[in-house]
Each structure stands twice: as structure tokens, then as C-alpha cells.
Design a protein around this ligand. Structure first.
Ligand code: CO
Length: 148
């Protein structure tokens, strides 16, 4: 028997438009970028310091999505602490949404634990919000509403 889920789809205001990026925490951004250039022949499209998140990030396009490398600006930043605990590796996945406020309201209504109750500005000037990994099989989720 094939089971299609837990029941009929509920009204949901979270419209996932795309897998925007997969973020990987690294100790050395230059080395990570060089490694991907050498192995996969790809180049970053953006590279920027995002002070509010305590990271320097590089965004490497892959199809319609990105690989995002994150290097912490210090040990006492969220990504710095992540590296100390887990080492390098998968940090979060990010989904593009049409309306981030509607998405956050919906997530709250279904009991998701939000790290950001209201959107803040992330890389590329996008409005972003993080959803706690405890609600998503241990995976930190970022919602991204890109400027149109
Ligand atoms: Co991200």
C-alpha cells in the first residue's frame, strides 16, 4: 500500500518556489571555492560579507539554485560555533518563497519553532528567516524572499 502522507493537504500559505541554496559551513572560503572550481568547474556569482550573520559567503550557481559556502567572521558567531561543534559540512537548506510573512504566520500556526519571528535582511539584500532544525529532521531551514 502506498501512503501519500498523513491526510488531506491543509490550507498552506507557504509556497515553495525553488530550492534557493544549500549552505555548507567551511573554515576557509578561498579553499572551498578553489576546490569547487577545480572539481566541478564552477565559479561564485556573488561573494559578500554579511555582518549581521557573522559570515562571509560565496554563492555558486548550480542550475537554478546555489551552493552557498559560509565562512564565519569569528569563533563567537553562529557559524563559528557550528564549526566548533560539528566541523565543516551541511549547515542549512534554503527555500525561495513568494511571501515570507505569510510563510512565517503559517509555520507558527502549525507549531514550527521559528528562529526569526520576523524577516531580516540576508545576502543579496533578500528578506530571510530561519526555522529551527528541531522541527525539520535536524536540518536548519532558511526561507528566502528574493527582491523582484
Ligand atoms: Co543561507
Amino acid at each position: 500500500m502506498v501512503r501519500g502522507g498523513t491526510g488531506p493537504a491543509k490550507m498552506c500559505d507557504v509556497k515553495l518556489l525553488n530550492l534557493d541554496h544549500v549552505a555548507i559551513a567551511v573554515r576557509d572560503l578561498d579553499q572551498a571555492v578553489d576546490s569547487y572550481r577545480q572539481r566541478y568547474g564552477v565559479e561564485p556569482l556573488y561573494r559578500e560579507v554579511v555582518e549581521s550573520q557573522g559570515v562571509e559567503e560565496a554563492m555558486i550557481p548550480v542550475g537554478g539554485s546555489f551552493i552557498q559556502f559560509l565562512e564565519p567572521l569569528g569563533d563567537d558567531t553562529p557559524v563559528g560555533k557550528f564549526l566548533a561543534r560539528h566541523g565543516e559540512g551541511l549547515h542549512h537548506v534554503a527555500y525561495a518563497v513568494a511571501d515570507i510573512e505569510a510563510a512565517l504566520t503559517h509555520l507558527k500556526s502549525v507549531g514550527a519553532r521559528l528562529i526569526d519571528e520576523t524577516p531580516r535582511i540576508g545576502g543579496r539584500g533578500a528578506r530571510i528567516a530561519f526555522v529551527h532544525p528541531a522541527d525539520a529532521a535536524g536540518t536548519l531551514v532558511e526561507l528566502v524572499e528574493l527582491e523582484t
